[in-house]
Design a protein around this ligand. Structure first.
Ligand code: AMP
Ligand code: MG
Length: 347
């Protein structure tokens, strides 16, 4: 690991909100910009795509999102996940998209040694993160609900899922990343060569900006409004997880966030404030942003050293920044973080 100190950033124009600085202004006049906005999967989504094919392709993209939400929602009584969660041990047939997503989530659960676990739903629900009726479950309740979790107990065969009675799934840690990945594939098939999909802060890009330069993404500051730095990237996914996204403060004064440690059934006791994963596959980035938040700094670095294939940008609870060498040249911290040591991780 090397430590790097950034000295001067006078040339840096602040990217306050989420990204796109310079985007609209720098495109050539002939390139048409099309946008779509929707609220789905519990979050706001903003799509921007360029070129003649973009308009129709975005309309279809919105329909796809609505379709996938209706398959994966834990609250929609007509969804496949709802059916699985109320199946009383019977097999439930799955669409190809749901089957692929669940299979990937289960594989990643194994690879992350259970830091990611899509069977965590009974605990997510008990803590109130589904209906926003936040509460601190008792130790006994947590132990009881933990016996209803465990990704290795899920059977996925013949295009159907079978859950032991009482077990329930939550694809919330991977669904938005998968959505971004599938939408990027769709846009590319439709001939779109430049697009930026913001799925509640999970970013999926198609190609570079229309003028051929990289997109500039503000990475959300987990401690206050604004971003802690700008990442330049193209044609990949940039997915962030952090406790700041959804949390409540208990009567005991403790902050409880929505990312749980499947080993304890409690909010992950992480030394990380946010985890940003950069890679080609949106669903992999989403799975890993959640899992590495659960693992914490040391184990997260070990995971990257073992498996690689992605870059990451970590902000610790102490306000220290760690990044992998592949994005070293593409990341510029905001001024307030610029005096700070940046730890560069090398394979
Ligand atoms: P993300 O925002 O991608 O980090 O996903 C967080 C969401 O995934 C939470 O709101 C829960 O619905 C669910 N979740 C929480 N902890 C876990 C976990 N350890 N493994 C899988 N899903 C989780
Ligand atoms: Mg995730």
């Amino acid at each position: 690991m090397r430590n790097k100190r950034f000295l001067s950033f006078s040339a840096l124009t602040a990217a306050f909100s989420l990204f796109l600085s310079g985007c609209a202004g720098s495109q050539e006049a002939s390139v048409q910009e099309h946008t779509a906005e929707l609220f789905a999967m519990g979050t706001y989504m903003n799509f921007t795509a360029y070129g003649e094919q973009a308009d129709a392709a975005l309309d279809e993209a919105v329909s796809y999102v609505e379709e996938w939400e209706s398959l994966w929602s834990v609250t929609d009584e007509n969804s496949e996940i709802y059916a699985a969660n109320h199946s009383n041990g019977r097999p439930v047939p799955l669409s190809t998209e749901t089957e692929n997503l669940l299979r990937f989530a289960l594989e990643m659960s194994g690879q992350t040694q259970g830091a990611l676990d899509p069977t965590i739903y009974p605990l997510v629900s008990a803590w109130g993160f589904i209906d926003q009726e936040y509460r601190i479950p008792s130790d006994e309740e947590i132990q009881e609900l933990l016996s209803l979790t465990g990704y290795e107990k899920v059977t996925l065969e013949n295009h159907a899922v079978t859950l032991p009675e009482g077990m329930q799934l939550d694809l919330g840690a991977v669904g938005k990343g998968y959505t971004g990945e599938l939408l990027a594939d769709h846009l590319k098939e439709q001939g779109v060569t430049s697009a930026l999909l913001d799925i509640g802060g999970n970013i999926q890009m198609v190609g570079p900006k229309p003028d051929g330069t990289k997109w500039r993404l503000g990475i959300r500051n987990p401690f206050e409004d604004g971003s802690f730095g700008t990442l330049e990237a193209q044609d990949c996914a940039v997915v962030t997880s952090g406790g700041y996204e959804r949390y409540f403060t208990g009567e005991d004064g403790t902050t409880y966030w929505h990312i749980l440690d499947p080993a304890t059934g409690r909010p992950a006791d992480s030394d990380l404030a946010s985890v940003t994963i950069i890679g080609d596959s949106g669903v992999l980035c989403d799975a890993l942003s959640t899992a590495i938040f659960v693992m914490g700094l040391e184990e997260g670095i070990q995971y990257w050293e073992t498996y690689g294939g992605f870059d990451m940008l970590l902000m610790t609870l102490d306000g220290e920044i760690y990044l992998t060498e592949g994005i070293e040249e593409n990341f510029t911290p905001e001024e307030e973080f610029s005096g700070q040591t940046i730890h560069v991780m090398e394979a």
